[in-house]
Write a protein that binds this ligand. Structure first.
Ligand SMILES: *Cc1c(COP(=O)(O)O)cnc(C)c1O
Length: 357
């Protein structure tokens, strides 16, 4: 039996979108490929509220994260981490020989913009990396406020992990001064995993020009130059199947559902899960900075999360346990992509029945 996924990626994918993945191939050096990729870029600019160029990579989100921190740090990166994915960025820097410092906050808390100010005021850094939506803890960082701080430091490139929130929660990339904003297909966009997408500002481009060793496959500057020269075709063969599905899904998001409606639906779903969690358990994370796309529930009733998931599985649902050290201390319910309010209510009803709530 198929289990409906309420995990923070991969997500349920609409059958129409899955069908697009099965369409026959086209040549990746054809005019049709150029048109397809140009259309995707134009529509992704709307999702991100940006005028910047869009880069696409046939990697999951981690690929462009690694490319961004490596290609755009000339001096030293300040990585602000509120959980597992923030830390991943730091590990990427270290393993690429990129100078970086890690600023961590306690699990379940958000980044304090003042701490960003303090770090950048040292003048040590020329890049700052922040996670918008920390999937491991269910925290959504105050990215607009952080953006206001970063604007005071024109030499600093601002890179943001929006992997689990883009197309589910509104962030206006240009207004926030974000230079590289990254997402991947298997979260709020609602596609299978396998591709990542980012914005790439002029400032990011100029910085990358000054960085000598940017790698090869994930060299964002090379990608940028190539698509300018070759009418949006990519240097290596992209996952055309994802592009067919993404093109179709972006049209649905922008022209059928509507972006603002999509954001509103995510907020509505978040509220339903939070209310349910507060009634039956507790919320793990700081209530002033809760995620709109995934809720981390504190396991105050000491339930056996694996047993719950097993019972849910028999009914055709799957949720997520806590991340890493939070494995049994919390459990996570994702409410992202094309999940409907009714789907979510059905899930919660089944949890209630299983646990006798
Ligand atoms: C899922 C996720 C990632 C990793 O993305 P992949 O596409 O799995 O490489 C990074 N950051 C956040 C916040 C995520 O939720």
């Amino acid at each position: 039996m198929h289990k409906k996924l309420f995990i923070p990626g991969p997500v349920e994918v609409r059958p129409e979108v899955l069908a697009k993945m099965a369409e026959p191939m086209i040549g990746h050096r054809s005019k049709d490929a150029s048109a397809l990729q140009r259309r995707i870029s134009d529509n992704m600019r709307k999702i991100f509220f940006t005028e910047s160029e869009i880069l696409i990579s046939t990697t999951s989100g981690s690929g462009l994260m690694e490319g961004a921190i490596r290609c755009c740090t000339a001096k030293k990166a300040a990585v602000f981490s509120v959980g597992a994915f923030g830390k991943r960025w730091y590990e990427m820097a270290v393993s690429n020989n990129v100078q970086a410092d890690l600023y961590e906050v306690e699990m379940g808390k958000a980044v304090d913009p003042e701490e960003v100010d303090k770090a950048l005021a040292t003048g040590e850094y020329d890049l700052v990396a922040v996670t918008h939506n920390e999937t491991s803890t269910g925290i959504m960082n105050p990215i607009e406020e952080i953006g206001e701080i970063v604007k005071k430091y024109p030499e600093v490139v601002f890179i943001v992990d929006m992997v689990s929130s883009a197309a589910g929660s509104k962030v206006e990339v240009d207004k926030c001064g974000i230079d590289i904003c990254i997402t991947s297909t298997q979260k709020c966009i609602g596609l299978p995993p396998g591709m990542s997408i980012c914005t790439f500002s002029e400032k990011a481009r100029k910085r990358a020009e000054q960085v000598p060793n940017r790698g090869y496959y994930l060299d964002l500057l090379q990608l940028y130059k190539y698509i300018q020269k070759k009418d949006y075709q990519y240097p290596s063969t992209p996952s055309l199947s994802h592009m067919f599905a993404l093109d179709y899904q972006l049209d649905y998001i922008l022209n059928e559902e509507g972006l603002e409606n999509r954001f509103a639906r995510h907020k509505e779903m978040a509220k339903i899960v939070r209310d349910w969690a507060e009634k039956n358990f507790e919320l793990y994370s700081d209530k002033n900075h809760l995620s709109n796309t995934v809720t981390n529930v504190k396991n105050t009733k000491n339930i056996d999360v694996s047993a719950l998931n097993k019972a849910l599985g028999e009914r055709g649902f799957q949720i997520s346990n806590g991340y890493g050290s939070l494995k049994d201390k919390t459990f996570r319910i994702a409410h992202m992509a094309d999940c409907k309010v009714e789907d979510l209510k059905e899930l919660l009803k089944n949890i209630d029945e299983i646990l006798g709530l």
